[in-house]
Structure formats: structure tokens, C-alpha cells
Write a protein that binds this ligand. Structure first.
Ligand SMILES: [Mg+2]
Length: 344
């Protein structure tokens, strides 16, 4: 049995990433509200389940550090040195990494400059976008046929539609297609319709269908309505034990209870590229959210490549380096592309 202080500590941990946003700095008031939200959201049974998940996750992190992650820009030369003789593969989250977090998730556009840099990167390295969004939505934002897309937190993976010259092994340009949660589609669609109806009562709430998972955005919901929103989501989810709740930045995510996440997705993609169990690959994963930690953890446990957390504040992470915001991500990717161009 956990003491109340331990439970409170865990709820704070859970809500820290929940309330971190580049739109508004985290405040103690926001944290208090987030805690209240989770009290309403989870109910006793689910609260125990999620808290356990947080504790398990922390116990499994091994080498994770709370503070002191150096800037990937400042440490660029050292990082490149470590990649010597290896194939760099670039994995990128979308929201909060390539695009800023904005009030309307439908308008999370990349800048033209970022898109040009990304196009350059995709031409020079195998590159994948790994996102909670559905593939169609993120493709609308990115519009590059040269990259891999792992949508719905990696539950929907497709290969490039344009030819690339860096694929190891065969040159077969057929789409890689992997959908480990396809049997959940009817259930996800059913819950989507129910949540859309329920959220009509919560001004500012937005339900997004990401094909294999759902997002309930509350970036535009007044704090006084957060607990009502949480209760509504919780009441719906009680009827669907095969779905689980996770959280991101001002968003509640609903997804199947299968053991698949962004970490599994990058393992699958590396294997697809011909680098399963290879020591000649150097993956770079850049992301800003709690769901990206699964990918950081995979790289850390394999001792391969590097994870880079995008964050304006210090927080516990399995990433090795940090970048401040999407602007710095752009600067880092530009430097990476320039290094590759000048190398040959
Ligand atoms: Mg993100």
C-alpha cells in the first residue's frame, strides 16, 4: 500500500509533463488543476493502474537522469564523432518538435524553413516521422514523399513513396505497411463517435481520430471544465477495457492495450531498413513528449545513437541531449545536413 505522500508525488510526476507547454509556462496553479483533473479522470482503480505504470516506468529507466542533459547543438561535434563510420537514421516526432504547439491542433503547421530543412535531411538520411497523429493528417502537414511515417504512436507504419538512394539491401520501393492494432479499428471508431457527442458539452474540447488511437485535446478548455471533461472521458472508457488512457501535452490519448509504442515502432523501422541488431547504425530520435520516452529508452538500452528531448524545462528523461524548442530543432537538423554535405 502506498502512503498518501507517495501517491501525491506520483500524481505530480504524471501531471508535470501533462501541463508542460510551450504556449504557456507550467505553473503551480496549472499543476494543481491537472492533479484535480486526474483525480476525476482516473477513478480509484485506474489511478492505481496508471500510478503503477509510472512507478514501473521509473524503475525500468535505469540510466535516466533528472537534470544536466547538455544541448545537442553545443555537443554536436562530439555527437558526430560518435556516429563515425555508421549510418545516421533520423527519427522525428511532429507536434512540439517540428511544429510549435498551437491552440488549434488542426493548424500545427511547420514553417517553410523547417520543411526545406526536413526535405534536405530526408534526402541525405533515412528519415521517419513518428507521431501520435494519424498518417494522413501528418502527411498533410509534412507533404514529403521521401520519409517514413509511423502514425498513431507507431501503430500505422508506411514507407516512402519517393525513391531514395540510401536504403540498405534491396531497392524495392513498395510501401512498408504495418498495422499491429488493425482489429481495434471498429472499436476506436465507435468510441470516437461517443466522445465527439460527449465533448459537445465541454467548450473548447476537441476529439481527434488518429485512426488507431484517439486524442482529446484540452488546450482550449478552461481549467474549471477540466474535471468535467475528465469525468466524461472516464465514463466512456469504463465500458472499453481493451482501451487505455495515456497523456501528452494538454491532450488525453486513448489507445489499444497492445504492447506497441514509439519504441517498438523505431525498432521495426530499423529492421525494415536492414539494421536489425546492427552496430553500424546511429539513430537520432528527437521528440518532446512522454510518448517519445519509449523511443529514448530503446536507444538507451541498445546503446545505439542518441535521444534528444525538446523541452524548455528540465525534466526526467531517457534522452541524452536536449533542444529548447522547434527553432533549435531546425538549427540542429540544418547543421546535421550541412555536415553530411561537406563530408563528401
Ligand atoms: Mg510531440
Amino acid at each position: 500500500m502506498k502512503s498518501s505522500s507517495q501517491v501525491s508525488t506520483n500524481i505530480v510526476k504524471l501531471t508535470e509533463s501533462f501541463s508542460h507547454s510551450t504556449v504557456s509556462a507550467a505553473s503551480s496553479q496549472v499543476q494543481k488543476s491537472s492533479m484535480a483533473l486526474f483525480g476525476g479522470l482516473l477513478g480509484q482503480y485506474q489511478k492505481r493502474r496508471l500510478l503503477f505504470t509510472v512507478e514501473e516506468s521509473n524503475n525500468n529507466k535505469g540510466g535516466s537522469n533528472k537534470v544536466g542533459h547538455p544541448s545537442a547543438l553545443k555537443m554536436f561535434d562530439e555527437m558526430i564523432w560518435n556516429s563515425k563510420g555508421k549510418q545516421v537514421v533520423v527519427f522525428l516526432d511532429y507536434d512540439g518538435t517540428l511544429s510549435p504547439i498551437v491552440a488549434d491542433p488542426e493548424k500545427a503547421f511547420m514553417t517553410k524553413k523547417m520543411r526545406a530543412i526536413l526535405k534536405d535531411i530526408a534526402r541525405l538520411f533515412p528519415t521517419a516521422i513518428v507521431t501520435g497523429r494519424c498518417i494522413d493528417k501528418v502527411y498533410d502537414f509534412v507533404r514529403l514523399g521521401e520519409v517514413y511515417y509511423a502514425g498513431s504512436h507507431g501503430m500505422d507504419i508506411k514507407g516512402p513513396t519517393k525513391s531514395r538512394n540510401h536504403q540498405k539491401g534491396n531497392n524495392n520501393e513498395a510501401l512498408v505497411l504495418f498495422q499491429p492494432a488493425s482489429q481495434f479499428l471498429p472499436m476506436i471508431n465507435e468510441v470516437y463517435k461517443i466522445l465527439v457527442e460527449k465533448m459537445k458539452a465541454i467548450p473548447g474540447a476537441k476529439v481527434e481520430n488518429n485512426k488507431f488511437c484517439l486524442s482529446v485535446h484540452f488546450r482550449c478548455v478552461e481549467e474549471k471544465c477540466w474535471s468535467a471533461l475528465a469525468e466524461q472521458v472516464n465514463s466512456v472508457l469504463k465500458e472499453y477495457p481493451k482501451l487505455k488512457l495515456t497523456h501528452g501535452r494538454k491532450v488525453i490519448e486513448i489507445r489499444p492495450t497492445i504492447k506497441w509504442d514509439k519504441g517498438k515502432a523505431i525498432e521495426f523501422l530499423l529492421e525494415s531498413l536492414g539494421y536489425a541488431n546492427s552496430t553500424s547504425v546511429f539513430p537520432i530520435y528527437i521528440g518532446d513528449d512522454t510518448t517519445d520516452e519509449d523511443a529514448f529508452k530503446v536507444l538507451r538500452s541498445k546503446g545505439q545513437g542518441i535521444g534528444i528531448l525538446v523541452s524548455q524545462i528540465q525534466k526526467e528523461t531517457n534522452a541524452i541531449y536536449t533542444l529548447h524548442d522547434p527553432l533549435e530543432v531546425g538549427q540542429f537538423l540544418r547543421r546535421l545536413a550541412d555536415w553530411k554535405k561537406n563530408k563528401f
